[in-house]
Design a protein around this ligand. Structure first.
Ligand code: BGP
Length: 465
C-alpha cells in the first residue's frame, strides 16, 4: 500500500491517559481533590460513577499494555499520581506498593516496545494540601510538588526519558478558580491569577530539579502538556481582534510563553497590574522561570475558541474575571461534536503547527491529546462484537491531514497521541463519552478493540495512511 501522506521517521504513534482516570483508587495513600469531591457529592458525576474502579489499570496494566502493543502503539503517556506515590507529603517519602506498581507499568511499557511518557500532575492535587494550605494558592505546596517530582525522578528516571510537569495547567486555573467546573468550585479572579503564577513557578522549579539532579544526562527530556485553544476573532474589526488577542494571552500564552520563552507576555502582566490582581512574585522566582524552560512541548488540541468584543459591559460584582476583555462567540454553522459540546475544527492543527514554528522558535513538540468522545457507542457494535467507530477514524484522519501539512511546511512535530487508548473515566462525565481505541465494559471490565484500534495499527505500521 502506498500512503497518501507519510510522517517523519520515528514518529510517535501513541495515546494518552492519566492515573486518576484509568487506575482506580486501589491501595492509594491519599485522596485527590477529585476522589474527595466524589466522596462528598457523587451526584455530580454521570450515573454517579466515580474514580473508584475506573478502567482497573492498577490491576490489569499488564494485559492492558499488551493490547496497546497489539494495536501498534509505539509510545504511551500516563501520569504518576502524587496521591499514590507519596506516603509522606511533607518529606516526599514514597509508598512501597506504589513503587512496585509504577515500576511494573514502566517495565511493561518498555517490554511492549512503547516509550513511556510520564506526567506528574493531571488535576490530582492531594485534597489535604488544599485543606491545609489552599493548594496551588500556596508556595509551600509548590515546594512539596518539587519533592514529589524529585522522588519520581530518582525512582524512575533511569527508564523514563520523557517527563511532563503538568497536564493542562490552565484547567486548574479555569476549573477550580474561575468557572467552577472542578472542585473546590471557587470564583476568585485574584486567587486565579496567583495560582496561574504558582503553577508556572512549580513547573519551572521541577524542570530545575530535573536538570540539577542530572536526570537529563542520558538523553532525558522534560516538558509540559498544554491545552491550546487558539482564538479566532468573529471579524477583523479592531475590537474583535483585540478581544481575541487577550483571550489568547490569557488562556494559551500564560503557560506557553513562560514554558518556551521563560517570560509572561507583557500585555497580560500590564493588564493584571492595571486591574490590581497581579500575583506576588520575587525576582529570584522570576529568574527560575526565565532559566528553566522546557525541552519539548505537548499540545492537547480539542477545540478552538471563537471570540468577539464585549457586547454587554462586564459585570464585576463577582470580582475580576478574564471575561472583562472578551465574549465567547457562538459562531453560526460551526461543526459540533454534540456529545461533548465541542466544536470540531481540524484546520486548527495547521495553525498550531505554524504558530509554534513561527513564534516559539520551532521547538520540538507533539500532539499529546486529540480525540472524539462519543456517547452510546454500543449502537455501533457489529455481529462480531466490535464497535465500528468510523466517525472516530474520520476525525483522526482529518486532524492528521492538517498536522501533516504543518509538518511539511517545517513545523517540528515528532508525534501524535490520541486521547485515549482504553475508554477511561472523565471529570464529571465519568463514562458518558467514550474516546478509546479499546472499549471497556464497566460490568465486567472486559476490553475489546474497536475498529479504530485496528486502523491505528495500520497507520503506525505504515507511518501514515
Ligand atoms: C483533556 C484532559 C483529559 C481528558 C480529555 C477529554 O482536557 O487532559 O484528562 O479528560 O480532555 O475530555 P473529557 O474527559 O472532559 O471529555
Amino acid at each position: 500500500m502506498t500512503n497518501k501522506i507519510e510522517f517523519p521517521k520515528n514518529f510517535w504513534w501513541g495515546s494518552a491517559t492519566s492515573g486518576p482516570q484509568s487506575e482506580g483508587r486501589f491501595n492509594k495513600t491519599h485522596n485527590s481533590v477529585f476522589d474527595h469531591w466524589y466522596d462528598i457529592d457523587p451526584d455530580v458525576f454521570f450515573n454517579k460513577v466515580g474514580p473508584d474502579v475506573a478502567s482497573n489499570f492498577y490491576n490489569s496494566y499488564k494485559e492492558d499494555l499488551e493490547i496497546l502493543q497489539e494495536i501498534g502503539l509505539n509510545s504511551f503517556r500516563t501520569s504518576i499520581q502524587w496521591t499514590r506515590l507519596i506516603k509522606d507529603l511533607e518529606t516526599g517519602e514514597p509508598d512501597e506498593d506504589a513503587i512496585r506498581f509504577y515500576n511494573g507499568v514502566i517495565d511493561e511499557c518498555i517490554k511492549n516496545k512503547m516509550i513511556p511518557v510520564m506526567n506528574l500532575h493531571h488535576f490530582d492535587l492531594p485534597v489535604e494540601l488544599f485543606d491545609k494550605y489552599g493548594g496551588w494558592e500556596s508556595k509551600h505546596v509548590v515546594d512539596l510538588f518539587v519533592k514529589f517530582a524529585e522522588t519520581a525522578f530518582k525512582l524512575f528516571g533511569d527508564r523514563v526519558k520523557y517527563w511532563a510537569t503538568f497536564n493542562e495547567p490552565m484547567v486548574i486555573v479555569e476549573g477550580e478558580y474561575l468557572y467552577k467546573f472542578h472542585y473546590p468550585l471557587l470564583q476568585d479572579g485574584k486567587k486565579a491569577v496567583q495560582v496561574l503564577y504558582n503553577v508556572n513557578l512549580a513547573s519551572a522549579k521541577v524542570i530545575k530539579a530535573y536538570k540539577d539532579g542530572g536526570y537529563n544526562k542520558d538523553g532525558g527530556q522534560i516538558g509540559i502538556i498544554l491545552n491550546l485553544t487558539p482564538s479566532y476573532p468573529r471579524s477583523q474589526d479592531a475590537d474583535d481582534v483585540k478581544a481575541s488577542e487577550f483571550a489568547d494571552d490569557f488562556f494559551n500564552n500564560s503557560f506557553l510563553d513562560t514554558a518556551v520563552k521563560g517570560e509572561f507576555t507583557k500585555n497580560l502582566v500590564s493588564t493584571f497590574e492595571k486591574d490590581n490582581v497581579i500575583w506576588e512574585s520575587t525576582d529570584e522566582e522570576l529568574q527560575i522561570i526565565k532559566k528553566n524552560t522546557i525541552d519539548f512541548l505537548g499540545v492537547n488540541y480539542y477545540q478552538p475558541r471563537r471570540v468577539k468584543a464585549k457586547e454587554i459591559a462586564f459585570d464585576g460584582s463577582n470580582g475580576w474575571m478574564p471575561d472583562k476583555y472578551f465574549d465567547n462567540y457562538d459562531m453560526p454553522g460551526k461543526r459540533m461534536n454534540p456529545y461533548r459540546g465541542w466544536e470540531i475544527y481540524p484546520e486548527c492543527m495547521y495553525d498550531i503547527a505554524m504558530n509554534i514554528k513561527n513564534n516559539y522558535g520551532n521547538i520540538q513538540w507533539y500532539i499529546s491529546e486529540n480525540g472524539m468522545g462519543v456517547e452510546g457507542e454500543e449502537r455501533y457494535i457489529n455481529k462480531d462484537g466490535v464497535i465500528e467507530d468510523d466517525y472516530r477514524i474520520d476525525f483522526f484522519k482529518e486532524h492528521l491531514e492538517f498536522l501533516h501539512k504543518g509538518i511539511q511546511e517545517g513545523s517540528n512535530c515528532f508525534g501524535y497521541h490520541s486521547w485515549t487508548p482504553i475508554d477511561c473515566w472523565s471529570w464529571m462525565n465519568a463514562y458518558k463519552n467514550r474516546y478509546g481505541f479499546v472499549a471497556v465494559n464497566l460490568e465486567n471490565q472486559k476490553k475489546t478493540i474497536k475498529k479504530s484500534g485496528r486502523w491505528i495499527k495500520e497507520v503506525s505500521e505504515n507511518n501514515g495512511f
